[in-house]
Design a protein around this ligand. Structure first.
Ligand code: CDP
Ligand code: CDP
Length: 211
């Protein structure tokens, strides 16, 4: 009996996790889970109810009552939800409430899962763990280009600043901070486009899956 294959893709904002994880899942025939959506959807619920993402009781209640439809809302990508997601994510009861769903997902069919703590906490036994990074400048530029494409005019410096605050909060929190697992493979995509990042990751993964 072999355990389903799980591939963990962790790293900071706009490192290219989602783009890479989606492609890997398609190539490997595995399901894909964007775990950031769970925290985003939790924050969105709290904000829509007029609450504060830092209110632990409100955030935990939102996390415990998430439904599949909450993960498909069109408004999960704005600046308020970005910051709110990282605020709810710093609270232990919220993380505890979202853990079972993520672990069951992995146990059922395996999958490529992207987030911050997949390799360290959610799936410490993942077959392959990637920690994807890129320079803060490159990441801010990518997010800024996405915002431009959505028709939002926001200065690049503001995007960079928001991202720095969020990354610092994610790395500094006590519970499941963003950090590479000891056995993670680091992949720096600063100089790589999505295709080149995929090819690099594919080679690294094949080497690990062969052993
Ligand atoms: O999931 P994460 O926030 O880490 O990043 P993403 O959503 O996969 O990528 C953020 C943006 O950077 C997207 O617009 C990608 O097309 C772009 N990207 C890139 O320019 N170069 C890469 N190697 C990967 C993604
Ligand atoms: O797409 P981007 O990388 O900007 O963010 P995301 O992956 O959608 O995650 C949004 C926020 O959720 C992060 O800033 C983290 O605070 C939190 N998160 C987390 O704590 N653990 C995860 N496994 C995934 C996301």
């Amino acid at each position: 009996l072999t355990a389903p294959v799980v591939i963990a893709v962790d790293g900071p904002a706009a490192a290219g996790k989602g783009t890479l994880a989606r492609r890997l899942a398609a190539e490997l025939g595995l399901p894909y889970l964007d775990t950031g959506l769970l925290y985003r959807a939790t924050a969105r619920r709290v904000l829509l109810a007029g609450g504060l993402p830092t209110d632990t009781a409100a955030a935990e209640a939102a996390a415990r009552t998430l439904e599949a439809a909450d993960l498909q809302r069109p408004d999960l990508r704005g600046p308020d939800v970005d910051q709110g997601a990282s605020q709810v994510a710093a609270q232990p009861p919220v993380r505890a409430a979202l853990l079972d769903f993520q672990r069951s997902f992995a146990a059922r069919h395996g999958g490529v899962m992207d987030g911050r703590d997949i390799g360290t906490v959610v799936c410490p036994d993942a077959r392959v763990k990637l920690f994807v990074t890129a320079s803060p400048e490159a990441r801010a530029r990518r997010r800024w280009l996405e915002r431009q494409a959505r028709g939002e005019s926001i200065p690049l410096e503001e995007v960079a600043q928001e991202m720095a605050v969020r990354d610092a909060r994610d790395a500094a929190r006590d519970v499941a901070p963003m950090k590479p697992a000891e056995d993670a493979i680091l992949l720096d995509t600063t100089e790589l486009d999505a295709e080149a990042a995929f090819r690099e990751a594919w080679q690294l993964i094949q080497a690990r899956l062969d052993v």
